[in-house]
Design a binder for this molecule. Structure first.
Ligand code: FES
Length: 103
């Protein structure tokens, strides 16, 4: 199992609900939803669109290109046209710092 790596601070969010970060050289979208944090690979599995600007609804992110939805916790594709999950990462918060590692 790989170690956690520090990827951001809670203070980095300011008023935003998401940050673009890297985990082990992978582009990752770090999302704040209430007091929970989720980290998913920032690439749609349908056709490679970054999910960066996708709407977040009911625990899922919507790909801005063709509308596939992905569960923030599991990465599961919830509707067409995507059929494969996006990678998700384990997130921990310690002393206002945010850490992640591969799932
Ligand atoms: S690229 Fe995301 S749904 Fe098509």
């Amino acid at each position: 199992m790989l170690d956690f790596e520090e990827i951001a601070s809670i203070d980095d969010f300011q008023d935003a609900d998401r940050l673009e970060v890297f985990v082990e050289d992978t582009p990752v979208l770090l999302i704040r939803a209430g007091d929970q944090y989720f980290a998913i690979e920032d690439v749609c599995t349908h056709d490679g669109q970054p999910l960066t600007d996708g709407c977040i609804e009911e625990g899922a992110i919507v790909c801005p290109r063709h509308g596939a939805r992905f569960d923030l916790q599991t990465g599961k594709a919830l509707c067409m046209p995507a059929t494969k999950p996006v990678r998700t990462f384990v997130v921990e918060v310690r002393d206002r710092k945010i850490f992640a590692r591969t799932n």
